[in-house]
Design a protein around this ligand. Sequence first.
Ligand code: NDP
Length: 408
Amino acid sequence: MHKVLIIGAGGVGNVVAHKCAMVPEVFGEITLASRTLSKCEAIAAEVKQRTGRDIATARVDADDSAQTAELIRKTGASLVINVALPYQDLTIMDACLEAGCDYLDTANYEPKDVAKFEYSWQWEYQDRFKSAGRSALLGSGFDPGVTNVFTSWALKHHFDEIHTLDIIDVNGGDHGHAFATNFNPEINIREVTAECRHWEDGRFVETPPMSEHRGFDCPDGVGSYEIYRMYHEELESLTKHIPTIKRAQFWMSFSPAYLTHLEVLGNVGMTRIDEVEYQGQKIVPLQFLKAVLPNPGDLGERTKGRTCIGNIITGLRDGQPKAVYVYNICDHEKCFEEVGSQAISYTTGVPAMIGAKQMLEGAWRKDGVWNMEQHDPDPFMADLNAHGLPWTCIELTPEQAAAFQVVP
Ligand code: NDP
Protein backbone atom coordinates (compact mmCIF):
# COMPACT_ATOMS: atom_id res chain seq x y z
CA MET A 1 0.00 0.00 0.00
CA HIS A 2 1.42 3.33 -1.05
CA LYS A 3 0.95 7.00 -0.23
CA VAL A 4 0.41 9.41 -3.11
CA LEU A 5 0.05 13.16 -3.43
CA ILE A 6 -2.13 14.46 -6.28
CA ILE A 7 -1.46 18.13 -7.15
CA GLY A 8 -4.21 19.96 -9.07
CA ALA A 9 -7.93 19.92 -8.33
CA GLY A 10 -9.33 20.71 -11.78
CA GLY A 11 -11.26 18.43 -14.15
CA VAL A 12 -8.38 15.96 -14.42
CA GLY A 13 -7.55 16.05 -10.69
CA ASN A 14 -11.15 15.08 -9.97
CA VAL A 15 -10.88 11.96 -12.14
CA VAL A 16 -7.46 10.97 -10.79
CA ALA A 17 -8.69 11.27 -7.19
CA HIS A 18 -11.74 9.09 -7.92
CA LYS A 19 -9.86 6.45 -9.90
CA CYS A 20 -7.04 6.16 -7.33
CA ALA A 21 -9.64 5.82 -4.58
CA MET A 22 -11.20 2.94 -6.55
CA VAL A 23 -7.93 0.95 -6.39
CA PRO A 24 -7.28 0.84 -2.61
CA GLU A 25 -4.92 -2.13 -2.84
CA VAL A 26 -2.39 0.14 -4.61
CA PHE A 27 -3.29 3.65 -3.48
CA GLY A 28 -3.37 3.23 0.29
CA GLU A 29 -3.35 6.89 1.34
CA ILE A 30 -4.28 9.73 -0.99
CA THR A 31 -3.77 13.47 -0.47
CA LEU A 32 -5.25 15.94 -2.95
CA ALA A 33 -3.63 19.40 -2.93
CA SER A 34 -4.16 22.54 -4.99
CA ARG A 35 -3.97 26.33 -4.78
CA THR A 36 -7.62 26.52 -3.73
CA LEU A 37 -8.37 24.26 -0.77
CA SER A 38 -12.16 24.42 -1.24
CA LYS A 39 -11.84 22.72 -4.66
CA CYS A 40 -9.93 19.82 -3.05
CA GLU A 41 -12.53 19.54 -0.31
CA ALA A 42 -15.39 19.46 -2.81
CA ILE A 43 -13.69 16.63 -4.73
CA ALA A 44 -12.90 14.75 -1.50
CA ALA A 45 -16.59 14.92 -0.55
CA GLU A 46 -17.60 13.45 -3.92
CA VAL A 47 -14.96 10.73 -3.67
CA LYS A 48 -16.28 9.81 -0.23
CA GLN A 49 -19.84 9.67 -1.52
CA ARG A 50 -18.99 7.57 -4.58
CA THR A 51 -16.32 5.24 -3.19
CA GLY A 52 -16.69 5.44 0.60
CA ARG A 53 -13.02 6.39 0.92
CA ASP A 54 -11.54 9.32 2.80
CA ILE A 55 -8.85 11.31 1.06
CA ALA A 56 -6.82 14.06 2.75
CA THR A 57 -6.69 17.60 1.32
CA ALA A 58 -4.12 20.40 1.49
CA ARG A 59 -3.41 23.83 0.09
CA VAL A 60 -0.20 24.26 -1.90
CA ASP A 61 1.31 26.73 -4.32
CA ALA A 62 3.24 24.39 -6.59
CA ASP A 63 5.13 27.31 -8.17
CA ASP A 64 7.03 27.24 -4.86
CA SER A 65 9.16 24.10 -4.79
CA ALA A 66 10.24 24.43 -1.13
CA GLN A 67 6.60 24.61 -0.05
CA THR A 68 5.75 21.64 -2.26
CA ALA A 69 8.68 19.59 -0.90
CA GLU A 70 7.49 20.30 2.63
CA LEU A 71 4.02 18.99 1.76
CA ILE A 72 5.50 15.85 0.15
CA ARG A 73 7.46 15.13 3.35
CA LYS A 74 4.42 15.81 5.52
CA THR A 75 2.21 13.41 3.56
CA GLY A 76 4.95 10.76 3.32
CA ALA A 77 4.07 10.33 -0.38
CA SER A 78 6.35 8.14 -2.50
CA LEU A 79 4.82 9.51 -5.73
CA VAL A 80 3.46 12.89 -6.83
CA ILE A 81 0.81 12.84 -9.57
CA ASN A 82 1.07 16.31 -11.11
CA VAL A 83 -2.23 17.31 -12.72
CA ALA A 84 -1.82 21.04 -12.10
CA LEU A 85 -0.72 23.04 -15.15
CA PRO A 86 2.35 22.52 -17.37
CA TYR A 87 3.87 25.68 -15.82
CA GLN A 88 4.40 23.81 -12.54
CA ASP A 89 6.23 20.76 -13.97
CA LEU A 90 9.77 21.89 -13.13
CA THR A 91 9.06 23.24 -9.65
CA ILE A 92 7.28 19.99 -8.78
CA MET A 93 10.15 17.90 -10.21
CA ASP A 94 12.56 19.96 -8.06
CA ALA A 95 10.35 19.36 -5.03
CA CYS A 96 10.33 15.60 -5.69
CA LEU A 97 14.13 15.53 -5.83
CA GLU A 98 14.36 17.58 -2.66
CA ALA A 99 11.88 15.43 -0.72
CA GLY A 100 12.92 12.05 -2.23
CA CYS A 101 9.81 11.14 -4.17
CA ASP A 102 8.83 9.86 -7.66
CA TYR A 103 7.06 12.07 -10.20
CA LEU A 104 4.36 11.72 -12.89
CA ASP A 105 2.65 14.29 -15.12
CA THR A 106 0.30 14.48 -18.13
CA ALA A 107 1.68 17.46 -20.06
CA ASN A 108 5.18 18.72 -20.77
CA TYR A 109 6.66 21.90 -19.34
CA GLU A 110 5.69 25.20 -20.91
CA PRO A 111 7.03 28.58 -19.80
CA LYS A 112 4.27 31.04 -18.88
CA ASP A 113 5.47 33.78 -21.23
CA VAL A 114 6.14 31.76 -24.43
CA ALA A 115 3.62 29.42 -26.07
CA LYS A 116 6.31 26.80 -26.55
CA PHE A 117 6.13 23.33 -25.15
CA GLU A 118 8.91 20.79 -25.55
CA TYR A 119 10.55 18.05 -23.52
CA SER A 120 14.07 19.52 -23.44
CA TRP A 121 13.60 21.15 -20.03
CA GLN A 122 12.34 17.95 -18.41
CA TRP A 123 14.76 15.60 -20.20
CA GLU A 124 17.53 17.67 -18.60
CA TYR A 125 16.50 16.18 -15.25
CA GLN A 126 17.57 12.69 -16.40
CA ASP A 127 20.91 12.61 -14.53
CA ARG A 128 19.52 14.19 -11.38
CA PHE A 129 16.68 11.66 -11.14
CA LYS A 130 19.04 8.78 -11.93
CA SER A 131 21.62 9.69 -9.33
CA ALA A 132 18.93 10.37 -6.72
CA GLY A 133 17.42 6.92 -7.40
CA ARG A 134 14.09 8.51 -8.30
CA SER A 135 11.79 7.84 -11.23
CA ALA A 136 9.80 10.31 -13.35
CA LEU A 137 7.13 9.41 -15.92
CA LEU A 138 6.28 12.13 -18.43
CA GLY A 139 2.98 12.55 -20.26
CA SER A 140 0.73 9.88 -18.72
CA GLY A 141 -2.58 11.22 -20.05
CA PHE A 142 -4.35 10.12 -23.24
CA ASP A 143 -2.48 12.20 -25.80
CA PRO A 144 0.31 12.26 -24.82
CA GLY A 145 0.09 9.04 -22.88
CA VAL A 146 -2.13 6.29 -24.24
CA THR A 147 -1.26 7.28 -27.82
CA ASN A 148 2.44 6.70 -27.00
CA VAL A 149 1.61 3.28 -25.52
CA PHE A 150 -0.62 2.36 -28.50
CA THR A 151 2.46 3.03 -30.67
CA SER A 152 4.94 1.02 -28.57
CA TRP A 153 2.39 -1.81 -28.20
CA ALA A 154 1.90 -1.91 -31.99
CA LEU A 155 5.67 -2.00 -32.44
CA LYS A 156 6.00 -4.86 -29.93
CA HIS A 157 3.17 -7.01 -31.30
CA HIS A 158 2.48 -6.02 -34.93
CA PHE A 159 5.54 -4.54 -36.62
CA ASP A 160 9.25 -4.99 -37.15
CA GLU A 161 9.42 -1.38 -38.27
CA ILE A 162 6.92 1.47 -38.04
CA HIS A 163 6.98 3.89 -40.98
CA THR A 164 4.00 6.21 -40.54
CA LEU A 165 1.98 7.32 -37.54
CA ASP A 166 -1.24 9.33 -37.64
CA ILE A 167 -2.73 10.13 -34.23
CA ILE A 168 -6.38 11.15 -34.61
CA ASP A 169 -8.22 12.76 -31.70
CA VAL A 170 -11.94 13.20 -32.31
CA ASN A 171 -14.27 14.68 -29.75
CA GLY A 172 -17.78 13.95 -30.95
CA GLY A 173 -19.24 15.48 -27.79
CA ASP A 174 -21.65 18.41 -27.63
CA HIS A 175 -21.81 20.58 -24.49
CA GLY A 176 -24.43 22.97 -25.81
CA HIS A 177 -22.35 26.15 -25.25
CA ALA A 178 -21.58 28.44 -28.19
CA PHE A 179 -17.89 28.25 -27.22
CA ALA A 180 -16.05 26.38 -24.50
CA THR A 181 -12.82 24.42 -24.26
CA ASN A 182 -12.75 20.86 -22.97
CA PHE A 183 -9.78 21.38 -20.71
CA ASN A 184 -7.97 24.38 -19.28
CA PRO A 185 -8.82 27.14 -21.84
CA GLU A 186 -5.47 28.87 -21.54
CA ILE A 187 -3.48 25.70 -22.29
CA ASN A 188 -5.97 24.56 -24.94
CA ILE A 189 -5.96 27.85 -26.87
CA ARG A 190 -2.18 28.20 -26.68
CA GLU A 191 -1.93 24.69 -28.16
CA VAL A 192 -4.34 25.14 -31.07
CA THR A 193 -3.13 28.59 -32.11
CA ALA A 194 0.52 27.47 -32.27
CA GLU A 195 2.26 26.80 -35.62
CA CYS A 196 1.69 23.23 -36.85
CA ARG A 197 4.67 20.90 -36.93
CA HIS A 198 4.76 17.34 -38.23
CA TRP A 199 7.61 14.87 -38.69
CA GLU A 200 8.73 14.19 -42.26
CA ASP A 201 11.90 12.29 -43.22
CA GLY A 202 13.97 13.04 -40.17
CA ARG A 203 12.87 16.57 -39.31
CA PHE A 204 9.91 18.65 -38.20
CA VAL A 205 8.20 20.61 -40.97
CA GLU A 206 6.35 23.78 -39.97
CA THR A 207 3.05 24.88 -41.53
CA PRO A 208 0.51 27.57 -40.54
CA PRO A 209 -1.97 26.64 -37.76
CA MET A 210 -5.04 24.69 -38.98
CA SER A 211 -3.92 24.88 -42.62
CA GLU A 212 -4.27 21.14 -43.33
CA HIS A 213 -7.55 19.30 -42.77
CA ARG A 214 -9.71 16.47 -44.04
CA GLY A 215 -12.78 14.42 -43.20
CA PHE A 216 -12.51 11.36 -40.99
CA ASP A 217 -15.08 8.60 -40.42
CA CYS A 218 -14.85 7.23 -36.89
CA PRO A 219 -15.64 3.57 -36.27
CA ASP A 220 -18.68 2.25 -34.36
CA GLY A 221 -21.04 5.02 -35.39
CA VAL A 222 -19.22 7.85 -33.57
CA GLY A 223 -19.68 9.88 -36.76
CA SER A 224 -17.75 11.80 -39.42
CA TYR A 225 -15.71 14.84 -38.43
CA GLU A 226 -13.35 17.36 -39.95
CA ILE A 227 -9.89 16.83 -38.46
CA TYR A 228 -7.10 19.45 -38.48
CA ARG A 229 -3.39 18.80 -38.40
CA MET A 230 -1.59 20.39 -35.48
CA TYR A 231 1.52 19.91 -33.39
CA HIS A 232 1.22 17.74 -30.32
CA GLU A 233 3.91 16.95 -27.81
CA GLU A 234 4.02 13.16 -28.18
CA LEU A 235 5.39 13.60 -31.73
CA GLU A 236 8.66 14.84 -30.21
CA SER A 237 9.32 11.84 -27.97
CA LEU A 238 7.91 9.18 -30.33
CA THR A 239 10.06 10.24 -33.29
CA LYS A 240 13.10 10.34 -31.00
CA HIS A 241 12.52 6.93 -29.45
CA ILE A 242 11.22 5.12 -32.59
CA PRO A 243 13.67 6.30 -35.25
CA THR A 244 12.20 4.24 -38.13
CA ILE A 245 9.17 6.55 -38.22
CA LYS A 246 9.31 8.44 -41.51
CA ARG A 247 6.20 10.55 -41.07
CA ALA A 248 4.26 11.37 -37.90
CA GLN A 249 1.22 13.63 -37.74
CA PHE A 250 -1.37 14.59 -35.15
CA TRP A 251 -4.96 15.48 -36.03
CA MET A 252 -7.78 16.87 -33.91
CA SER A 253 -11.44 17.44 -34.71
CA PHE A 254 -12.91 20.94 -34.37
CA SER A 255 -16.42 22.09 -35.12
CA PRO A 256 -16.94 25.03 -37.51
CA ALA A 257 -18.41 27.05 -34.58
CA TYR A 258 -15.30 26.47 -32.43
CA LEU A 259 -13.00 27.60 -35.25
CA THR A 260 -15.07 30.71 -36.01
CA HIS A 261 -15.03 31.77 -32.37
CA LEU A 262 -11.31 31.13 -32.14
CA GLU A 263 -10.63 33.17 -35.26
CA VAL A 264 -12.61 36.13 -33.95
CA LEU A 265 -11.00 35.93 -30.50
CA GLY A 266 -7.57 35.84 -32.17
CA ASN A 267 -8.40 38.75 -34.48
CA VAL A 268 -9.51 40.98 -31.62
CA GLY A 269 -6.46 40.14 -29.51
CA MET A 270 -8.15 38.05 -26.81
CA THR A 271 -5.77 35.08 -27.27
CA ARG A 272 -2.65 37.20 -26.61
CA ILE A 273 -0.41 35.94 -23.81
CA ASP A 274 1.54 39.15 -23.25
CA GLU A 275 0.45 41.68 -20.61
CA VAL A 276 -1.70 44.68 -21.57
CA GLU A 277 -2.46 47.71 -19.44
CA TYR A 278 -6.14 48.04 -18.49
CA GLN A 279 -7.33 50.76 -16.09
CA GLY A 280 -3.97 50.92 -14.35
CA GLN A 281 -3.72 47.16 -14.06
CA LYS A 282 -1.73 44.67 -16.10
CA ILE A 283 -3.79 41.79 -17.50
CA VAL A 284 -3.04 38.93 -19.88
CA PRO A 285 -5.95 38.77 -22.37
CA LEU A 286 -5.93 34.96 -22.59
CA GLN A 287 -6.08 34.66 -18.78
CA PHE A 288 -8.98 37.11 -18.71
CA LEU A 289 -10.72 35.09 -21.43
CA LYS A 290 -10.33 31.96 -19.29
CA ALA A 291 -12.13 33.75 -16.46
CA VAL A 292 -15.22 34.46 -18.61
CA LEU A 293 -15.44 31.12 -20.44
CA PRO A 294 -17.36 28.14 -19.03
CA ASN A 295 -15.33 26.12 -16.54
CA PRO A 296 -14.32 22.86 -18.31
CA GLY A 297 -14.94 21.02 -15.05
CA ASP A 298 -18.61 22.03 -15.24
CA LEU A 299 -19.18 20.76 -18.78
CA GLY A 300 -19.65 17.14 -17.73
CA GLU A 301 -23.24 17.53 -16.71
CA ARG A 302 -24.32 18.76 -20.14
CA THR A 303 -21.97 16.95 -22.55
CA LYS A 304 -23.40 14.20 -24.73
CA GLY A 305 -21.69 12.06 -27.37
CA ARG A 306 -18.42 10.15 -27.55
CA THR A 307 -14.71 10.67 -28.07
CA CYS A 308 -12.67 8.48 -30.42
CA ILE A 309 -8.90 8.73 -30.10
CA GLY A 310 -6.48 6.38 -31.79
CA ASN A 311 -3.47 5.75 -33.97
CA ILE A 312 -3.26 4.62 -37.58
CA ILE A 313 0.12 2.98 -37.95
CA THR A 314 1.77 1.51 -41.03
CA GLY A 315 5.05 -0.32 -41.44
CA LEU A 316 6.62 -3.67 -42.17
CA ARG A 317 6.12 -7.13 -40.68
CA ASP A 318 8.28 -9.98 -42.01
CA GLY A 319 9.14 -7.79 -44.96
CA GLN A 320 5.46 -7.23 -45.86
CA PRO A 321 3.53 -3.95 -45.59
CA LYS A 322 1.06 -3.89 -42.71
CA ALA A 323 -1.36 -1.34 -41.20
CA VAL A 324 -3.35 -1.21 -37.96
CA TYR A 325 -5.74 1.20 -36.26
CA VAL A 326 -5.73 1.11 -32.44
CA TYR A 327 -8.37 3.24 -30.75
CA ASN A 328 -10.55 3.89 -27.73
CA ILE A 329 -14.10 5.21 -27.74
CA CYS A 330 -15.33 6.92 -24.59
CA ASP A 331 -18.85 8.09 -23.77
CA HIS A 332 -19.17 11.53 -22.08
CA GLU A 333 -22.37 10.67 -20.20
CA LYS A 334 -21.03 7.37 -18.85
CA CYS A 335 -17.94 9.17 -17.52
CA PHE A 336 -20.14 11.70 -15.79
CA GLU A 337 -22.18 8.93 -14.20
CA GLU A 338 -19.05 7.22 -12.90
CA VAL A 339 -16.90 10.12 -11.62
CA GLY A 340 -18.77 13.38 -12.33
CA SER A 341 -16.54 14.48 -15.25
CA GLN A 342 -16.76 14.61 -19.04
CA ALA A 343 -14.72 12.27 -21.23
CA ILE A 344 -11.81 14.66 -21.88
CA SER A 345 -10.92 14.82 -18.19
CA TYR A 346 -11.74 11.11 -17.86
CA THR A 347 -9.50 10.00 -20.73
CA THR A 348 -6.65 12.01 -19.16
CA GLY A 349 -7.21 11.08 -15.51
CA VAL A 350 -7.58 7.31 -15.98
CA PRO A 351 -4.16 6.91 -17.72
CA ALA A 352 -2.59 9.12 -15.02
CA MET A 353 -3.87 6.67 -12.40
CA ILE A 354 -2.75 3.69 -14.49
CA GLY A 355 0.76 5.17 -15.04
CA ALA A 356 0.99 5.78 -11.28
CA LYS A 357 -0.11 2.20 -10.64
CA GLN A 358 2.65 0.83 -12.94
CA MET A 359 5.23 2.92 -11.08
CA LEU A 360 4.03 1.95 -7.60
CA GLU A 361 3.78 -1.74 -8.50
CA GLY A 362 7.32 -1.62 -9.91
CA ALA A 363 6.60 -2.61 -13.54
CA TRP A 364 7.40 0.92 -14.72
CA ARG A 365 9.74 2.08 -12.00
CA LYS A 366 13.28 2.70 -13.16
CA ASP A 367 15.60 5.49 -12.09
CA GLY A 368 15.64 8.49 -14.40
CA VAL A 369 13.15 10.43 -16.53
CA TRP A 370 11.05 8.41 -18.99
CA ASN A 371 8.43 8.84 -21.66
CA MET A 372 5.59 6.34 -21.88
CA GLU A 373 6.87 4.46 -24.95
CA GLN A 374 10.11 3.60 -23.13
CA HIS A 375 8.31 1.16 -20.82
CA ASP A 376 6.75 -2.27 -21.55
CA PRO A 377 3.30 -1.45 -22.98
CA ASP A 378 1.59 -4.72 -21.96
CA PRO A 379 0.66 -4.09 -18.29
CA PHE A 380 -0.56 -0.59 -19.15
CA MET A 381 -2.69 -1.86 -22.08
CA ALA A 382 -4.21 -4.53 -19.81
CA ASP A 383 -5.07 -1.90 -17.20
CA LEU A 384 -6.77 0.33 -19.79
CA ASN A 385 -9.23 -2.51 -20.39
CA ALA A 386 -9.67 -3.09 -16.66
CA HIS A 387 -10.15 0.54 -15.56
CA GLY A 388 -12.57 2.15 -18.00
CA LEU A 389 -10.76 2.78 -21.29
CA PRO A 390 -11.13 -0.42 -23.35
CA TRP A 391 -9.34 -0.35 -26.69
CA THR A 392 -9.73 -2.08 -30.04
CA CYS A 393 -7.11 -2.91 -32.64
CA ILE A 394 -8.16 -3.60 -36.20
CA GLU A 395 -5.90 -4.60 -39.03
CA LEU A 396 -6.36 -2.57 -42.18
CA THR A 397 -5.86 -3.87 -45.69
CA PRO A 398 -3.41 -1.88 -47.86
CA GLU A 399 -6.48 -0.35 -49.63
CA GLN A 400 -8.12 0.66 -46.34
CA ALA A 401 -4.82 1.98 -45.03
CA ALA A 402 -4.44 4.07 -48.14
CA ALA A 403 -7.95 5.48 -47.63
CA PHE A 404 -7.30 6.12 -43.93
CA GLN A 405 -3.80 7.33 -44.51
CA VAL A 406 -3.51 11.06 -44.22
CA VAL A 407 -1.31 12.31 -47.00
CA PRO A 408 -0.45 15.98 -46.72
P1 NDP B 1 -7.76 22.81 -14.72
O1 NDP B 1 -7.45 24.21 -15.08
O2 NDP B 1 -9.18 22.37 -14.65
O3 NDP B 1 -7.07 22.46 -13.33
C1 NDP B 1 -5.77 22.80 -13.01
C2 NDP B 1 -5.62 22.72 -11.52
O4 NDP B 1 -4.25 23.05 -11.21
C3 NDP B 1 -6.49 23.69 -10.76
O5 NDP B 1 -7.11 23.02 -9.70
C4 NDP B 1 -5.49 24.73 -10.24
O6 NDP B 1 -5.75 25.18 -8.95
C5 NDP B 1 -4.25 23.91 -10.11
N1 NDP B 1 -3.09 24.80 -10.10
C6 NDP B 1 -2.74 25.72 -11.02
N2 NDP B 1 -1.65 26.37 -10.63
C7 NDP B 1 -1.29 25.84 -9.44
C8 NDP B 1 -0.24 26.10 -8.52
N3 NDP B 1 0.67 27.04 -8.75
N4 NDP B 1 -0.21 25.37 -7.39
C9 NDP B 1 -1.14 24.43 -7.12
N5 NDP B 1 -2.14 24.14 -7.95
C10 NDP B 1 -2.22 24.84 -9.10
O7 NDP B 1 -6.95 21.88 -15.75
P2 NDP B 1 -7.30 20.38 -16.18
O8 NDP B 1 -7.65 19.58 -14.99
O9 NDP B 1 -8.20 20.41 -17.34
O10 NDP B 1 -5.88 19.89 -16.72
C11 NDP B 1 -4.84 19.49 -15.83
C12 NDP B 1 -3.59 19.11 -16.61
O11 NDP B 1 -3.88 18.04 -17.50
C13 NDP B 1 -3.02 20.24 -17.48
O12 NDP B 1 -1.63 20.23 -17.35
C14 NDP B 1 -3.38 19.84 -18.90
O13 NDP B 1 -2.47 20.33 -19.83
C15 NDP B 1 -3.30 18.33 -18.77
N6 NDP B 1 -4.06 17.61 -19.81
C16 NDP B 1 -3.45 16.56 -20.43
C17 NDP B 1 -4.14 15.85 -21.41
C18 NDP B 1 -3.52 14.62 -22.00
O14 NDP B 1 -4.22 13.86 -22.67
N7 NDP B 1 -2.25 14.33 -21.83
C19 NDP B 1 -5.48 16.22 -21.85
C20 NDP B 1 -6.08 17.28 -21.06
C21 NDP B 1 -5.36 17.96 -20.09
P3 NDP B 1 -6.87 26.25 -8.52
O15 NDP B 1 -8.09 25.83 -9.23
O16 NDP B 1 -6.91 26.04 -7.09
O17 NDP B 1 -6.39 27.58 -8.95
